[in-house]
Design a protein around this ligand. Sequence first.
Ligand code: ZN
Length: 143
Amino acid sequence: MIKYNLLCKKCELTFDSWFASSKEYDKLKKKKLINCHNCGSLKVEKNLMAPKLISKNFNHKHEKKDLIKYQKIRKRINEYQKFIKNNFDYVGKNFAYEARSIHYNNKKKNKGIYGTASKHDLKELKEEGIDTQIIPWIENENN
Ligand SMILES: [Zn+2]
């Protein structure tokens, strides 16, 4: 089955119609069996400005733009990650524990820490007056 958006040249009505195939459409058209739902005119044609066609092109352009944007952001995140890896200690899932031990024990550390923490952990840390920063993180597949 194939759906065509049809346009009546006489009254400018557009409507959707189903056909078994594009061949069937051609056949019915030749036999003058396709007419306008509104005025009955036989001057009905496939509407080439079907919204499907327009939105497809639009999305394609959009996706390309988004991809470039995404690559730019990814590059910046990668640079940021490099900086953090060089200047911070990775504590993994112990982030909340380590953050508290620095905060409460006045543990002197040359480096800051980074790691993973749940939203719940972050909320608790915030309530305890411990500053954390959430950064976007991309796992590097080259590592
Ligand atoms: Zn019509």
